[in-house]
Design a protein around this ligand. Sequence first.
Ligand code: IPE
Ligand code: IPE
Ligand code: MG
Length: 234
Amino acid sequence: MNIPLHVAIIMDGNGRWASIQEKKRIYGHYIGSLVIDKIASKAKKLGVKYLTLYAFSTENWKRPKSEVNFLMSLLAIQIRKKINFMMRENIKFNYLGDIAKLPQKQQEAILESKEKTKNNHELTLNLAINYGSYMEILQACKKMCAEYYSTKSIVNEPNEQLFEHYLYTKGMPNVDLLIRTGGEKRISNFLLWQIAYAEIIFLDKYWPEFNEDDFEDCTKEFGERKRRFGGIDD
Ligand code: IPE
Ligand code: IPE
Ligand code: MG
């Protein structure tokens, strides 16, 4: 079977799922955070090499302060908690986004997790935290142009390959499969460059109820799709 090398997921629907259970939105975030381990293990078993999960966008700061605060504490607690799991499963932790804007405790948890798991190699788990594509692409443009204009060197001459060097996903393949749970059919400022040729699956299921079988079904659907990249079938 044709397995996607890089899968990205917009983990959406925590709040609505909780409301249906007559619980607070934050309960949905908590249950949603527990789903990550199961999906990461499954992805690894299936042969996926990069799993990129959207945890907090640059736009999510607009939410009520109480929800943002809860998400921040959940982030630090879960990232620390998952270190043992990632060591056991040989998973390398990485983050995408501007973590300098996060509280100190959260930054420490992220950096510690990255450092401790740096030699693991079966799956890279990218957590997108304070991530937004507009920001990512703009900072990449700025850095690429600054280096080119300061050196005027032919090796720094802007092109697609060089541009990817300045993205958070530097050195990783672009996304093969993008999944969004929660029923919305939009991208919400996620990996705009990296999904240029991704296959996309929108699911109605809310993230807290997404499971290993759903993930496997998505990879099967991916395997059945014909990717032409602008060409024509053989
Ligand atoms: C996704 O679930 C998690 C984050 C954005 C942090 P939501 O919180 O967006 O849940 P819904 O979409 O409101 O149901
Ligand atoms: C996208 O979900 C961000 C994450 C899943 C972290 P949102 O719920 O924030 O996106 P919109 O507001 O529906 O576009
Ligand atoms: Mg949402």
